[in-house]
Design a protein around this ligand. Structure first.
Ligand code: MG
Length: 285
C-alpha cells in the first residue's frame, strides 16, 4: 500500500506510551499510524504477526515505531533531563540494547522508521557527556542501517541549531527528524515554524500537535491543547511543510489517555482540520 502525500495519521499504543488504540484509527478512517513500541513481553514475532493481521484487516499503514523506556517521566522539565532517552548515563547501555530490540521488532512489522526521544542532549559540544551521546546514537543508527531503517529524532528537547549541530556531529546517513511543533513550545526551545525551516532538510516524519507557551519557557511546561487551539498556527505549519517539500504522513498526536472519549473526539476534529487545510494547500491530493 502506498500512502498518498500528507495522509492523515495518528499516534497509537498497544500497552505502553500514551497513544490511542488501533481501533480508534479504524473507527475514524485514518489510513496511517505511528506505534509506540509495546513492552518487551509484547515484542515477539507472534505478537508482530497478530498486529500485522489487524493492520491488514483495517487497511492501515504503519509508518514509524517509537521507542520508549521504563523509568522515563515527563513530570517536569528537570525530570525529563534526568530520565528520558539515551542521555542518562546510568541506563544508557541497557537502553541501547532495548532500542536495538525495538528496531528489530519494527523490522518484523515491515517498518523502516524507528523514532525516539533521545533525551536532553548536553549543551557543551566538547564535553565527554555530549560525545558519549553522539557515540550511542551512532551505534543505534548503525544497527538500524543493518535493518535498512532510519532513526528519527523527536524534536523539542533541543533548539533547532543544537539539533543541526548534533546530527552533523553524529555523521550517520540514516539519522533524520520527526518534527513536533508543539514540543518546541512545550519545552520552550524555539518558535516552531522558524525551527522547521531550519531543520527542514532532515524532516522525514511529523507530529501534528498544538500547545501554548509557558510564562517561563524552558523552566516550566507549556500546555498541550487540541489541534488548532494553540500557538503553533497549524495553517502556517502545513504551508511550511509544503515549502520544505515534505510529503509524508501528518500524524496526529494527542496524549490524554485518561479521557478516551475526549481524546477520540479531539483526534476526529484534528483529522477534519488537517483534511480541510490539505485541500487548499495540496489541491490534487
Ligand atoms: Mg511528538
Amino acid at each position: 500500500m502506498t500512502l498518498a502525500p500528507w495522509s492523515i495519521g495518528v499516534f497509537t499504543s498497544i500497552d505502553a506510551g500514551l497513544g490511542v488504540h488501533l481501533e480508534v484509527a479504524k473507527e475514524l478512517g485514518i489510513p496511517s499510524i505511528q506505534l509506540h513500541a509495546p513492552h518487551a513481553a509484547g515484542r515477539t514475532p507472534l505478537a508482530a504477526e497478530a498486529f500485522l493481521k489487524r493492520l491488514d484487516a483495517y487497511q492501515i499503514e504503519l509508518t514509524c515505531v517509537f521507542g520508549g523506556f521504563e523509568g522515563e517521566s515527563y513530570a517536569d522539565i528537570p525530570t525529563v533531563e534526568r530520565t528520558i532517552g539515551l542521555v542518562p548515563a546510568e541506563t544508557r547501555a541497557a537502553r541501547l540494547v532495548e532500542m536495538k530490540e525495538i528496531a528489530d521488532f519494527a523490522r518484523i512489522l515491515g517498518c523502516d522508521v524507528v523514532g525516539l526521544h533521545l533525551g536532553v542532549v548536553p549543551h557543551d559540544t566538547k564535553s565527554k557527556e555530549y560525545l558519549d551521546v553522539v557515540e550511542v546514537t551512532r551505534h543505534l543508527c548503525d544497527h538500524a542501517a543493518k535493518n535498512e531503517q532510519a532513526i528519527h529524532l523527536e524534536t523539542g528537547q533541543e533548539t533547532a541549531d543544537a539539533l543541526l549541530q548534533f546530527i552533523g556531529d553524529t555523521q550517520r546517513p540514516n539519522l533524520f527528524i520527526n518534527f513536533d511543533p508543539a514540543n518546541m513550545i512545550l519545552y520552550g526551545t524555539g518558535e516552531p515554524i522558524e525551527a522547521l525551516r531550519k531543520v527542514g532538510r532532515y524532516v522525514r516524519s511529523v507530529h501534528c500537535k498544538d500547545a501554548t507557551w509557558s510564562d517561563q519557557p524552558g523552566k516550566t511546561w507549556g500546555a498541550e491543547v487540541p489541534l488548532g487551539k494553540g500557538q503553533v498556527d497549524i495553517s502556517l505549519y502545513l504551508a511550511t511543510l509544503k515549502e520544505i517539500g515534505y510529503t509524508g504522513p501528518l500524524t496526529i498526536e494527542r496524549e490524554i489517555p485518561q479521557e478516551p472519549e475526549r481524546q477520540k473526539e479531539e483526534i476526529k476534529h484534528a483529522a477534519d482540520l488537517l483534511t480541510h487545510l490539505r485541500a487548499s494547500l495540496l489541491p490534487r491530493a
